[in-house]
Design a protein around this ligand. Structure first.
Ligand code: HEC
Ligand code: HEC
Ligand code: HEC
Ligand code: HEC
Ligand code: HEC
Ligand code: HEC
Length: 382
């Protein structure tokens, strides 16, 4: 259970509002009792002091859909996360007074109070949304019409929730990419507060993959691995076929150097949100571009054109789409069986001979005991 799980927020019906007030009342009593031992923690970004209440671990309830909701905010984790400089109210915009009403869903593309230094504009994730809307994952087609099954298309929170969101127990407490030695160099000049540490981790955490390849496969598999989804969109089971390949197997053993879904489906150097169908001429997986995709400097940098003929998503049960692989597999299965059974028979006969060395269908009396002994000793000597 994460701290900010993306659960469907309910509409503010009368009943819920009453339940909310009751919960708040109960909570306030606990809160006042606890107030005596409470030590104030400074949270500069938190004007309405949200964590004053939300720091209590027990702040939770079962909602009307029977799902467990945890309203506890672990300040320590929050302050290590990417949103530590953003006020609670910058995202939870509808909350303006305390005690507050049931909250609305948060939009990931609102402008926040931070200024992005390169353009000196208010920062927001709206550019990501634009890229996403130009990708195959937009629920609108090129003419702007809603596609079939719009609910199947991923929103920000679809992908950035589980499993990309790390639950408490797996959260790596340390900031990624931080080396004390590197940091000490910044501190030579930037000596005030956490400035050096903040910007050092801001940059270094982006110099590497922050999600393991395994996790990326899991994210895509949430939709692409679902048989009903594949049927609705007439897509192959790309997850299974990927897992059959060398890449897939290496990733399942924990490799992060082999190609995962994004390494192939995103044009090298572009935003991970720009996945396109292989039918688009600009796609990294379009037949004209596959060779270039394989040949980037981090993968098969010396590879020739022939490597591009490698098929990643071979479905061995599909005789129509992959006839060659289908019949090859059948042939090899037959060959395997033939070889295996042949040798099993040979081994069995050999075993019989060892157990019954003197057995013979043709009963022939040995000439005399001495000649048998002589024969045996010459065999061993040979
Ligand atoms: C006086 C204590 C208190 C303060 C201060 C407080 N909250 Fe809450 N908040 C609660 C309680 C209690 C709940 C759980 C209500 C329930 O049972 O549904 C809650 C629930 C929530 C929820 C989930 C509500 C829902 O309907 O899904 C959000 C989001 C939230 N608070 C955000 C904030 C933010 C942001 C702030 C600061 C601006 C804040 N809270 C300040 C007591 C507080
Ligand atoms: C970067 C934006 C962002 C910031 C900053 C943020 N939240 Fe949230 N919060 C969310 C999102 C997204 C959700 C998931 C629910 C949703 O989709 O609206 C959420 C959910 C919650 C919930 C409800 C959990 C549940 O089970 O529904 C609480 C409580 C909450 N936030 C409190 C806070 C508090 C307190 C702070 C400040 C310390 C804070 N949030 C800061 C984006 C944010
Ligand atoms: C199809 C799944 C998917 C969707 C939908 C999606 N993302 Fe992402 N996002 C990812 C993945 C995967 C990464 C890269 C993770 C990595 O390389 O460590 C990423 C990276 C990011 C990053 C960069 C984080 C960093 O520190 O480098 C931001 C910011 C981001 N996404 C915001 C958004 C927003 C905003 C939306 C909605 C408009 C969105 N994403 C929708 C999968 C998705
Ligand atoms: C030799 C001294 C020195 C070292 C070492 C140094 N900086 Fe700086 N840094 C400066 C100076 C001086 C400025 C402001 C002048 C400028 O804008 O060019 C600056 C500006 C910055 C800024 C831009 C601040 C802003 O708001 O415009 C960032 C971010 C930054 N440094 C981060 C770092 C990090 C991270 C490290 C370590 C990897 C580092 N610096 C190492 C001297 C240094
Ligand atoms: C929330 C569900 C969802 C998630 C998660 C998701 N996708 Fe998709 N994906 C879709 C839908 C819907 C389509 C459109 C299928 C269609 O054309 O009808 C699609 C299409 C695609 C296509 C194009 C298929 C074609 O027509 O050629 C690729 C490639 C793709 N996704 C890759 C990915 C990758 C890589 C990830 C993981 C980072 C991912 N998807 C995660 C829902 C999802
Ligand atoms: C080594 C590169 C590579 C990797 C890794 C890879 N793909 Fe693909 N993918 C391709 C190529 C090339 C195509 C287009 C030609 C084809 O179907 O073989 C494709 C096609 C697809 C399609 C369209 C299939 C259809 O039925 O039209 C989807 C969806 C897809 N990939 C999703 C994924 C997902 C999800 C993953 C991760 C589990 C993944 N791919 C991993 C290269 C890759």
């Amino acid at each position: 259970m994460g701290v900010l799980p993306n659960k469907r927020l309910h509409h503010a019906t009368q009943r819920q509002a009453e339940a909310f007030t009751a919960a708040l009342a109960i909570f306030l009593v606990i809160f006042m009792l606890g107030g005596l031992i409470w030590t104030p923690s400074v949270q500069a970004e938190d004007e309405l002091n949200c964590v004053l209440c939300h720091k209590f671990r027990g702040l939770s309830r079962i909602d009307e859909n029977g799902r467990f909701r945890l309203f506890y905010i672990n300040e320590n984790l929050f302050m290590k996360g990417p949103h530590k400089r953003i006020m609670c109210m910058d995202c939870h915009r509808d909350i303006k007074k305390i005690p507050h009403d049931p909250a609305e869903k948060v939009s990931c593309t609102v402008e926040c109070h931070l200024t992005e230094p390169s353009g000196k504009q208010k920062f927001s994730h709206a550019p990501v949304k634009k890229v996403l809307e130009a990708s195959v994952h937009s629920k609108y087609d090129k003419e702007g019409n809603l596609k079939d099954y719009p609910e199947d298309y991923p929103s920000c929170k679809n992908c950035h929730e589980q499993p990309l969101y790390r639950p408490l127990s797996f959260f790596k407490g340390e900031s990624a990419g931080i080396s004390r030695r590197g940091l000490s160099r910044c501190k030579t000049c930037h000596q005030t507060g956490d400035f050096a540490e903040d910007f050092y981790s801001h940059v270094t955490s982006r110099l590497q993959k922050t999600r393991e390849s395994k996790e990326i496969v899991e994210v895509c598999a949430k939709c692409h691995g679902d048989p009903a989804f594949q049927k609705r969109h007439n897509l192959d089971n790309v997850i299974e076929s990927y897992k059959e390949t060398f890449h897939g197997k290496a990733v399942s053993f924990g490799s992060n150097e082999t190609a995962d879904c994004l390494d192939c489906h995103v044009v090298y150097g572009e935003s991970v949100h720009s996945v396109e169908s292989h039918k688009e001429p600009t796609a990294s997986t379009h037949k004209n571009n596959i060779a270039a995709t394989c040949r980037n400097e981090e993968c098969h940098f010396k590879a020739g054109e022939a490597l591009a003929s490698y098929q990643v998503h071979t479905d061995y049960d599909n005789a129509e789409k992959y006839p060659m692989q289908y019949y090859m597999l059948k042939f090899f299965k037959g060959l395997m069986a033939a070889v295996l059974y042949f040798f099993v028979v040979v081994i069995f006969l050999e075993l019989l001979r060892r157990l019954f060395p003197n057995f013979s269908f043709i009963k022939e009396k040995p000439a005399d005991a001495e000649s048998v002994l002589r024969n045996n000793s010459t065999e061993k000597g040979a």
